[in-house]
Write a protein that binds this ligand. Sequence first.
Ligand code: ADP
Ligand code: 2JD
Length: 281
Amino acid sequence: MSNSVFVPGHITGFFTIENHEISLKNGSCGAGFLLSKGVRTTIDDADELIINVNQGDSTVIDEVLRILEIDTNFKITQDIQLPIGAGFGTSAASALSLSLALNDFLDLNYPKELCGQIAHMAEVNLGSGLGDVIAQTGHGMVLRVEPGAPGIGKIESFEHDVYVAWKSFGGIDTSSIIRDPHHREVISDVGLKYLEFFEEKSSLRNFLDFSYKFSTETNLMSGEVKSLVDYLNSRDDILGSSMAMLGNTVFAFAYDKSAFETLDIEGLHVDKLNNVGIVHD
Ligand SMILES: Nc1ncnc2c1ncn2[C@@H]1O[C@H](COP(=O)(O)OP(=O)(O)O)[C@@H](O)[C@H]1O
Ligand SMILES: CC(C)(COP(=O)(O)O)[C@@H](O)C(=O)O
Protein backbone atom coordinates (compact mmCIF):
# COMPACT_ATOMS: atom_id res chain seq x y z
CA MET A 1 0.00 0.00 0.00
CA SER A 2 1.15 3.52 -0.73
CA ASN A 3 -0.35 6.99 -0.38
CA SER A 4 0.88 10.54 -0.55
CA VAL A 5 -0.10 14.08 0.47
CA PHE A 6 1.18 17.35 -1.02
CA VAL A 7 1.26 20.53 1.09
CA PRO A 8 2.20 23.83 -0.62
CA GLY A 9 5.07 26.04 0.48
CA HIS A 10 3.98 29.27 2.21
CA ILE A 11 5.75 32.63 2.16
CA THR A 12 4.85 35.17 4.85
CA GLY A 13 5.02 38.86 3.86
CA PHE A 14 4.37 40.41 7.30
CA PHE A 15 3.39 38.98 10.69
CA THR A 16 2.97 39.45 14.43
CA ILE A 17 4.14 37.05 17.15
CA GLU A 18 1.34 35.95 19.48
CA ASN A 19 2.34 34.39 22.80
CA HIS A 20 0.31 31.82 24.65
CA GLU A 21 1.31 29.26 27.27
CA ILE A 22 -0.76 26.62 25.42
CA SER A 23 1.20 25.64 22.32
CA LEU A 24 -1.93 25.13 20.18
CA LYS A 25 -2.87 28.79 20.77
CA ASN A 26 0.67 30.00 20.25
CA GLY A 27 1.34 31.32 16.79
CA SER A 28 1.23 34.38 14.60
CA CYS A 29 -1.16 36.58 12.68
CA GLY A 30 -0.19 38.03 9.32
CA ALA A 31 -0.43 37.57 5.60
CA GLY A 32 1.28 35.38 3.04
CA PHE A 33 0.65 33.21 0.02
CA LEU A 34 0.93 29.62 -1.19
CA LEU A 35 3.19 28.33 -3.95
CA SER A 36 2.59 25.53 -6.43
CA LYS A 37 5.78 23.85 -5.14
CA GLY A 38 5.88 22.42 -1.62
CA VAL A 39 6.46 19.12 0.17
CA ARG A 40 5.09 15.74 -0.89
CA THR A 41 5.17 12.97 1.70
CA THR A 42 4.66 9.39 0.55
CA ILE A 43 4.13 6.43 2.89
CA ASP A 44 4.78 2.86 1.76
CA ASP A 45 4.69 -0.51 3.48
CA ALA A 46 8.06 -1.62 4.94
CA ASP A 47 9.39 -4.12 7.50
CA GLU A 48 11.26 -1.43 9.39
CA LEU A 49 11.01 2.36 9.82
CA ILE A 50 12.74 3.92 6.80
CA ILE A 51 13.07 7.70 6.41
CA ASN A 52 14.10 9.05 3.04
CA VAL A 53 14.30 12.85 2.60
CA ASN A 54 15.80 14.65 -0.38
CA GLN A 55 16.94 17.63 1.77
CA GLY A 56 17.60 18.37 5.44
CA ASP A 57 17.37 15.71 8.11
CA SER A 58 14.69 13.83 10.05
CA THR A 59 14.18 16.48 12.81
CA VAL A 60 10.66 17.43 11.73
CA ILE A 61 9.64 13.84 11.00
CA ASP A 62 10.97 12.60 14.38
CA GLU A 63 8.98 15.31 16.19
CA VAL A 64 5.72 14.45 14.41
CA LEU A 65 6.19 10.71 15.10
CA ARG A 66 6.93 11.51 18.76
CA ILE A 67 3.73 13.58 19.17
CA LEU A 68 1.63 10.98 17.33
CA GLU A 69 3.19 8.25 19.55
CA ILE A 70 3.50 5.99 16.51
CA ASP A 71 5.86 3.06 16.69
CA THR A 72 4.88 1.17 13.51
CA ASN A 73 7.04 0.22 10.54
CA PHE A 74 6.64 1.99 7.19
CA LYS A 75 8.71 3.94 4.72
CA ILE A 76 8.45 7.76 4.72
CA THR A 77 9.65 9.54 1.57
CA GLN A 78 9.69 13.34 1.49
CA ASP A 79 10.16 15.33 -1.69
CA ILE A 80 10.94 18.88 -0.49
CA GLN A 81 10.62 21.00 -3.65
CA LEU A 82 11.83 24.33 -2.19
CA PRO A 83 14.98 25.31 -0.27
CA ILE A 84 14.71 24.59 3.46
CA GLY A 85 15.24 27.27 6.09
CA ALA A 86 14.73 30.08 3.57
CA GLY A 87 11.21 31.35 4.35
CA PHE A 88 9.11 28.86 2.36
CA GLY A 89 7.52 27.16 5.39
CA THR A 90 9.00 23.82 4.35
CA SER A 91 9.26 22.59 7.94
CA ALA A 92 5.50 23.17 8.38
CA ALA A 93 4.75 21.56 5.00
CA SER A 94 6.90 18.55 6.01
CA ALA A 95 5.10 18.19 9.34
CA LEU A 96 1.60 18.69 7.92
CA SER A 97 2.01 16.43 4.88
CA LEU A 98 3.40 13.72 7.17
CA SER A 99 0.58 13.86 9.73
CA LEU A 100 -2.08 13.88 6.97
CA ALA A 101 -0.38 11.05 5.03
CA LEU A 102 -0.04 8.88 8.15
CA ASN A 103 -3.68 9.53 9.03
CA ASP A 104 -4.66 8.11 5.63
CA PHE A 105 -2.11 5.26 5.64
CA LEU A 106 -2.87 3.99 9.14
CA ASP A 107 -6.66 4.65 8.92
CA LEU A 108 -6.44 6.72 12.08
CA ASN A 109 -9.61 8.61 11.13
CA TYR A 110 -8.43 11.74 12.91
CA PRO A 111 -10.22 14.93 11.82
CA LYS A 112 -8.07 17.08 9.49
CA GLU A 113 -7.88 19.77 12.20
CA LEU A 114 -6.24 17.32 14.60
CA CYS A 115 -3.61 16.41 11.98
CA GLY A 116 -3.01 20.16 11.58
CA GLN A 117 -2.73 20.61 15.33
CA ILE A 118 -0.09 17.87 15.55
CA ALA A 119 1.93 19.58 12.79
CA HIS A 120 1.50 22.99 14.47
CA MET A 121 2.77 21.56 17.77
CA ALA A 122 5.81 20.08 16.04
CA GLU A 123 6.57 23.53 14.49
CA VAL A 124 6.12 25.45 17.73
CA ASN A 125 8.12 22.88 19.74
CA LEU A 126 11.03 23.07 17.27
CA GLY A 127 10.82 26.88 16.97
CA SER A 128 10.78 26.49 13.20
CA GLY A 129 7.54 28.38 12.56
CA LEU A 130 4.38 29.88 14.02
CA GLY A 131 1.64 30.39 11.47
CA ASP A 132 2.69 28.40 8.42
CA VAL A 133 0.66 25.27 9.21
CA ILE A 134 -2.72 27.03 9.50
CA ALA A 135 -1.91 29.15 6.43
CA GLN A 136 -1.13 25.98 4.44
CA THR A 137 -4.70 24.74 5.07
CA GLY A 138 -5.98 27.71 3.01
CA HIS A 139 -5.42 28.67 -0.62
CA GLY A 140 -4.08 31.58 -2.67
CA MET A 141 -3.21 34.60 -0.55
CA VAL A 142 -3.90 33.79 3.10
CA LEU A 143 -4.65 36.21 5.94
CA ARG A 144 -4.26 34.91 9.47
CA VAL A 145 -6.70 36.89 11.62
CA GLU A 146 -6.46 34.83 14.81
CA PRO A 147 -3.35 32.92 15.89
CA GLY A 148 -3.00 29.22 16.62
CA ALA A 149 -3.30 25.78 15.11
CA PRO A 150 -5.94 24.70 12.58
CA GLY A 151 -9.33 24.54 14.32
CA ILE A 152 -8.18 27.18 16.83
CA GLY A 153 -6.79 30.10 14.81
CA LYS A 154 -8.70 31.73 11.97
CA ILE A 155 -7.71 32.35 8.34
CA GLU A 156 -9.22 33.96 5.25
CA SER A 157 -8.16 32.91 1.74
CA PHE A 158 -8.15 35.08 -1.40
CA GLU A 159 -7.69 33.67 -4.91
CA HIS A 160 -5.56 35.58 -7.41
CA ASP A 161 -4.42 34.72 -10.91
CA VAL A 162 -0.84 35.91 -10.61
CA TYR A 163 2.74 34.75 -11.22
CA VAL A 164 5.29 34.66 -8.41
CA ALA A 165 9.05 34.79 -8.89
CA TRP A 166 11.55 34.06 -6.16
CA LYS A 167 15.28 33.95 -5.64
CA SER A 168 16.93 32.71 -2.48
CA PHE A 169 20.33 33.89 -1.24
CA GLY A 170 20.18 31.41 1.67
CA GLY A 171 18.54 30.71 4.97
CA ILE A 172 17.79 32.54 8.19
CA ASP A 173 17.51 30.51 11.38
CA THR A 174 13.82 31.16 12.19
CA SER A 175 14.11 30.23 15.87
CA SER A 176 16.97 32.70 16.49
CA ILE A 177 14.65 35.53 15.36
CA ILE A 178 11.31 34.46 16.83
CA ARG A 179 12.90 33.62 20.21
CA ASP A 180 14.87 36.90 20.46
CA PRO A 181 13.10 39.49 22.70
CA HIS A 182 14.16 42.54 20.64
CA HIS A 183 13.09 41.02 17.30
CA ARG A 184 9.84 39.77 18.83
CA GLU A 185 8.91 43.27 20.00
CA VAL A 186 9.77 45.06 16.74
CA ILE A 187 8.10 42.37 14.58
CA SER A 188 4.90 42.43 16.62
CA ASP A 189 4.64 46.26 16.75
CA VAL A 190 5.26 46.79 13.03
CA GLY A 191 3.30 43.65 12.07
CA LEU A 192 0.21 44.75 14.02
CA LYS A 193 0.17 48.13 12.28
CA TYR A 194 0.12 46.56 8.80
CA LEU A 195 -2.21 43.74 9.83
CA GLU A 196 -4.83 46.29 10.89
CA PHE A 197 -4.46 48.24 7.62
CA PHE A 198 -4.65 45.00 5.63
CA GLU A 199 -7.77 43.77 7.40
CA GLU A 200 -9.53 46.91 6.10
CA LYS A 201 -8.57 46.19 2.49
CA SER A 202 -7.00 42.82 1.71
CA SER A 203 -5.89 43.57 -1.85
CA LEU A 204 -2.86 42.15 -3.63
CA ARG A 205 -1.35 45.64 -3.91
CA ASN A 206 -1.73 46.25 -0.19
CA PHE A 207 -0.15 42.88 0.53
CA LEU A 208 2.92 43.79 -1.53
CA ASP A 209 3.10 47.35 -0.21
CA PHE A 210 2.74 46.34 3.45
CA SER A 211 5.17 43.42 3.09
CA TYR A 212 7.82 45.80 1.73
CA LYS A 213 7.22 48.39 4.46
CA PHE A 214 7.28 45.64 7.12
CA SER A 215 10.60 44.23 5.92
CA THR A 216 12.12 47.73 5.79
CA GLU A 217 10.84 48.89 9.18
CA THR A 218 11.84 45.66 10.97
CA ASN A 219 15.33 45.87 9.45
CA LEU A 220 15.22 42.20 8.49
CA MET A 221 16.45 42.61 4.88
CA SER A 222 20.07 41.83 4.07
CA GLY A 223 21.89 44.07 1.57
CA GLU A 224 21.63 41.59 -1.31
CA VAL A 225 17.91 40.99 -0.66
CA LYS A 226 17.21 44.75 -0.49
CA SER A 227 19.00 45.58 -3.73
CA LEU A 228 17.12 42.91 -5.71
CA VAL A 229 13.79 43.88 -4.08
CA ASP A 230 14.40 47.55 -4.95
CA TYR A 231 15.33 46.67 -8.52
CA LEU A 232 12.17 44.55 -8.99
CA ASN A 233 10.02 47.29 -7.41
CA SER A 234 11.43 49.79 -9.91
CA ARG A 235 10.00 47.85 -12.90
CA ASP A 236 6.60 48.86 -14.27
CA ASP A 237 5.56 45.36 -15.32
CA ILE A 238 6.14 43.92 -11.82
CA LEU A 239 3.37 44.44 -9.25
CA GLY A 240 5.73 44.50 -6.28
CA SER A 241 8.50 42.70 -4.46
CA SER A 242 9.57 42.00 -0.87
CA MET A 243 11.43 39.60 1.40
CA ALA A 244 10.14 36.14 2.37
CA MET A 245 9.80 35.89 6.14
CA LEU A 246 11.99 34.44 7.47
CA GLY A 247 14.62 33.73 4.87
CA ASN A 248 17.26 35.45 2.82
CA THR A 249 14.82 35.25 -0.05
CA VAL A 250 13.19 37.72 -2.47
CA PHE A 251 9.71 37.31 -3.98
CA ALA A 252 7.84 39.35 -6.60
CA PHE A 253 4.41 39.23 -8.26
CA ALA A 254 3.39 39.95 -11.89
CA TYR A 255 0.21 39.36 -13.89
CA ASP A 256 2.26 38.48 -16.97
CA LYS A 257 4.88 35.71 -16.83
CA SER A 258 7.01 37.49 -19.43
CA ALA A 259 7.73 40.26 -16.89
CA PHE A 260 10.06 37.74 -15.21
CA GLU A 261 11.23 35.83 -18.28
CA THR A 262 12.74 38.96 -19.85
CA LEU A 263 14.89 39.57 -16.74
CA ASP A 264 18.35 38.11 -16.78
CA ILE A 265 18.60 37.15 -13.10
CA GLU A 266 20.47 33.97 -12.26
CA GLY A 267 18.57 31.65 -9.93
CA LEU A 268 15.20 33.38 -10.39
CA HIS A 269 12.39 30.81 -10.24
CA VAL A 270 8.94 31.50 -11.65
CA ASP A 271 5.91 29.88 -10.03
CA LYS A 272 2.15 30.56 -9.86
CA LEU A 273 0.10 31.50 -6.84
CA ASN A 274 -1.47 28.24 -5.64
CA ASN A 275 -5.25 28.62 -5.43
CA VAL A 276 -5.80 24.89 -4.81
CA GLY A 277 -3.93 24.07 -1.58
CA ILE A 278 -3.44 20.60 -0.11
CA VAL A 279 -3.78 17.55 -2.40
CA HIS A 280 -4.25 13.92 -1.24
CA ASP A 281 -3.26 11.24 -3.80
N1 ADP B 1 12.13 18.34 6.27
C1 ADP B 1 12.51 19.53 6.69
N2 ADP B 1 11.93 20.63 6.20
C2 ADP B 1 12.31 21.83 6.65
N3 ADP B 1 13.21 22.04 7.60
C3 ADP B 1 13.82 20.98 8.11
C4 ADP B 1 13.51 19.69 7.68
N4 ADP B 1 14.26 18.84 8.35
C5 ADP B 1 15.00 19.57 9.16
N5 ADP B 1 14.77 20.86 9.03
C6 ADP B 1 15.37 21.91 9.79
O1 ADP B 1 14.32 22.68 10.42
C7 ADP B 1 14.65 24.05 10.42
C8 ADP B 1 13.59 24.77 9.66
O2 ADP B 1 13.92 26.10 9.61
P1 ADP B 1 12.94 27.21 9.05
O3 ADP B 1 13.74 28.45 8.96
O4 ADP B 1 11.68 27.24 9.81
O5 ADP B 1 12.62 26.61 7.60
P2 ADP B 1 11.49 26.99 6.64
O6 ADP B 1 11.61 28.46 6.43
O7 ADP B 1 11.79 26.22 5.42
O8 ADP B 1 10.23 26.57 7.33
C9 ADP B 1 16.02 24.18 9.79
O9 ADP B 1 16.97 24.20 10.82
C10 ADP B 1 16.16 22.90 8.97
O10 ADP B 1 17.50 22.49 8.82
C1 2JD C 1 7.55 33.86 9.50
C2 2JD C 1 7.38 32.57 10.30
C3 2JD C 1 7.48 32.86 11.79
C4 2JD C 1 8.50 31.59 9.94
O1 2JD C 1 8.43 31.19 8.61
P1 2JD C 1 9.49 30.12 8.02
O2 2JD C 1 10.86 30.69 8.24
O3 2JD C 1 9.12 29.95 6.59
O4 2JD C 1 9.31 28.84 8.78
C5 2JD C 1 6.01 31.93 9.94
O5 2JD C 1 5.88 30.71 10.56
C6 2JD C 1 4.83 32.82 10.33
O6 2JD C 1 4.26 32.65 11.40
O7 2JD C 1 4.45 33.71 9.54
